[in-house]
Design a protein around this ligand. Structure first.
Ligand code: SAH
Length: 252
């Protein structure tokens, strides 16, 4: 496990430490240096060796505490100095995690990289909220998109959401009104069921449901904060449907 001079890009999963892979837990415990972002919870950082150096490069939507180039340079410098470097990211490193950019930078500098997958927020949230991302009766395709402001209008989501499909939107809390508008302009029904899953797999998790047209109000009224995912599709209403059916049957 002591593998120095290499950068380990490690997925930390959606928050619950029980959802770390064994390999992630072992690497975190063995690392000399852990460079982590804001999504990695303290419960997970507690696995670090007490002599390890923890460096936060937390990114917030409005301000970046460390530019990507600086992060790349930091990782390369530490690995070259012979330290065992773990770059720890929320979810999976290769899903909206800039893991690709960091791996490219390491390769360009001639430093070896290992990538350890993590449970992405979509998978963690779906399991925790008991929403099937695909279902033989309701959805045969699932897509992951980023909903942050930059370029949202230019992104082509046509065909990704609608009947028989599930769309999972990362980083979409701030832009919920534009997202709802965009999807309805693409032809989605205003009553298409949606769910917002905030703090998935963590103790503060909330699952909110409603029709697409009410998404902006839901986010505002319930003061939804990041990290949260928006899931669009009939699969988000199945649990409600089952519960309603059960209630009816019990009442009979
Ligand atoms: N690499 C990460 C995604 C990073 S982008 C992954 O694979 O999950 C950051 C976005 O991920 C957040 O804005 C939010 O939309 C989502 N996210 C991460 N953790 C989450 C959680 N515990 N609950 C809900 N959404 C989460």
């Amino acid at each position: 496990m002591r593998n120095t001079g290499i950068i380990h890009l490690v997925g930390a999963g959606p928050g619950d430490p029980d959802l770390l892979t064994l390999r992630a837990a072992r690497l975190i415990a063995a690392a000399d240096v852990i460079v982590h972002d804001g999504l990695v919870s303290d419960d997970i950082l507690d696995f670090a060796h007490r002599d390890a150096t923890l460096i936060s490069v937390a990114k917030r939507r409005s301000h970046h505490s460390m530019a990507q180039d600086e992060i790349n340079a930091l990782l390369v410098r530490e690995a070259r100095a012979g330290r065992m470097v773990v770059r720890l990211k929320g979810g999976d490193p290769l899903v909206f995690g800039r893991g690709g950019e960091e791996a490219e930078a390491a390769r360009a500098a001639g430093v070896a990289v290992e990538i350890v997958p993590g449970i992405s927020a979509a998978n963690g949230a779906a399991a925790a909220a008991q929403i099937a991302l695909t279902h033989r009766d309701a959805s045969s395709a699932v897509s992951f998109v980023a909903g942050q402001c930059k370029g949202l209008a230019e992104q082509d989501w046509a065909g990704l959401a609608g009947k028989g499909r599930t769309l999972v939107i990362y980083m979409g809390v701030k832009t919920a009104p534009q997202i709802a508008e965009k999807l309805m302009a693409d032809g989605l029904a205003p009553d298409m069921p949606i769910a917002v899953i905030e703090n998935a797999t963590r103790s503060a998790m909330r699952v909110l449901r409603g029709p697409l047209a009410a998404l902006p109000d839901l986010v505002e009224r319930e003061r939804v904060v990041s990290p949260a995912l928006i899931v669009i599709g009939e699969v988000t209403a199945r649990e409600d449907a089952t519960l309603a059916q059960l209630a009816q049957e019990t009442a009979r």
